[in-house]
Design a protein around this ligand. Structure first.
Ligand SMILES: [Zn+2]
Length: 448
């Protein structure tokens, strides 16, 4: 015999035509209660919307049945009718992304170089492209990294990264600003990290998120070593969408990103995800607030303002997340890193290409542009002899209040993003050199 809940459930499923689906999107009113319910039951949170106060999760029919039995009186929910569950075929697949960057390199060999930074589990090459003048040499210029698609179903993210590549190469020697960025920066773009997962998304499961390890998959963005498995911000269950893997950095895709970051030492990073229209900075675990580097929260706020997105940490805006790339980049390589979640709950993972692709990539340009431009803002940069100096300590002027310790890069270069202000700097190693009362209102260059 059917209960009224069962009948209601069947009605919902029928009305949404989800019988044929393996999973479907459920939209809830956003509050702490529902956030912890979704987390505690390891449900697949897809995105939030702080304008409408909604949160969406991908549920299997079984998960939904369980939810409605347990929580029907407490949770308001609805099925978003307008969200496509399958990707528009115009979005790029792994082969098309690889073809795209090879073609760009052939057309613009003077300002690009390609690097295979690793291989996926299934043996696909993971490409990164460097855009800079004299791209084959290390000119000790500051590096900026932008990467797309840790998560297979987030099909808009390689569109953003490939749009950035195309914009920079086609506007070099056309727009002054672009020419300066390319000449004075090493711009690295890794357009698509999770090539295997994306292939699986196109061929067998449109809501696939992880890589393809063992058929169950590992969430690459819960697999980085910093804070791995530290705050219930990932799962030990292979079937979970945020399965962290058996050990830190167990996955070749994670290792590929780590090798790239370690070799180029970027000043800034953006990792593109979808969806939520938010800008996330470290740290992912409650209650760790922002990093000691003041510029992280400041610049995250600026980027969010440029995009009209909401800034914050993962645990403030979404949920605890451990083993994510940005916490590792900040902690191990002093990168100022952001996750940008593009598109809103009305667009979802698979917005219609013709309506949303151009709109989204154009809306997001001011985000990465802000970071390229910010390299000319308040900072202390230069090159020193590494055998003499290893670290730079930054103090409030005339005090012993240590604000930040910066490790000089392996090539002797340093690029310390700062808030406008006056600082004391102490370069330390086998020698020591102090710079007192240095006013940082724009980029200050020192070499010794
Ligand atoms: Zn994601």
């Amino acid at each position: 015999m059917f209960s009224w809940k069962g009948i209601l459930f069947a009605f919902f499923l029928l009305s949404c035509n989800v019988w044929a689906q393996e999973a479907f999107i459920v939209r809830f009113n956003l509050n702490e209660g529902i956030k912890s319910y979704l987390r505690a039951n390891q449900l697949d949170v897809a995105g939030v919307n702080y304008n409408t106060n909604e949160i969406e999760a991908i549920l299997t029919p079984e998960e939904f049945e369980q939810l409605s039995a347990q929580k029907s009186a407490m949770i308001k929910f609805s099925f978003p009718q307008n969200l496509a569950m399958a990707p528009d075929e115009e979005y790029k697949n792994p082969d098309e992304v690889t073809e795209f960057i090879n073609e760009i390199h052939q057309r613009y060999p003077d300002i690009t170089s390609l690097k295979v930074v690793g291989k996926t589990l299934e043996g696909r090459d993971i490409f990164a492209i460097k855009i800079s003048d004299n791209p084959e040499s290390d000119e000790q210029e500051p590096a900026v990294l932008v990467n797309g698609m840790h998560h297979a179903r987030e099909v808009m993210t390689p569109e953003i990264t490939t749009d950035m590549i195309e914009y920079l190469v086609t506007n070099y020697n056309v727009k002054d600003e672009v020419t300066k960025w390319v000449n004075n920066t090493e711009i690295w773009v890794l357009p698509m990290l999770n090539l295997d997962g994306n292939n699986k998304m196109w061929t067998s499961n449109s809501m696939w998120r992880k890589n393809t390890r063992g058929g169950y998959g590992v969430d690459i963005n819960r697999n980085y070593p910093t804070g791995w498995n530290s705050c219930n911000g990932s799962s030990s269950y292979q079937g979970a969408q945020d399965y962290r893997g058996t050990s830190p950095a167990s996955e070749p895709e994670t290792q590929a990103m780590m090798n790239l970051v370690g070799s180029i030492k970027p000043v800034f990073n953006i990792s593109y995800h979808s969806y939520s229209e938010i800008v996330i900075y470290p740290f992912g675990c409650k209650p760790r607030k922002t990093p000691t580097t003041e510029a992280v929260e400041l610049i995250g706020g600026e980027v969010a303002q440029k995009l009209n997105y909401i800034p914050g940490t993962a645990w403030e805006l979404l949920y605890n997340a451990d083993g994510g790339d940005i916490d590792w980049m900040y902690t191990e390589h002093q990168v100022i890193p952001f996750v940008i979640e593009v598109n809103s709950t009305s667009e979802g993972f698979h917005p219609k290409y013709s309506t949303w692709r151009d709109k989204t990539v154009e809306r997001n340009r001011p985000g990465w542009m802000h970071l390229l431009g910010r390299l000319n803002g308040p900072a202390l940069s230069g090159v020193v002899n590494l055998s003499e100096y290893e670290t730079v300590k930054i103090y409030s002027p005339g005090t012993t209040k240590l604000l930040q310790t910066y490790k000089i890069n392996p090539d002797g270069s340093f690029f310390i993003i700062l808030k406008t202000g006056t600082y004391d700097f102490s370069f330390e190693g086998s020698k020591q050199k102090k710079l007192s009362n240095v006013e940082i209102a724009s980029k200050v260059n020192v070499n010794f």
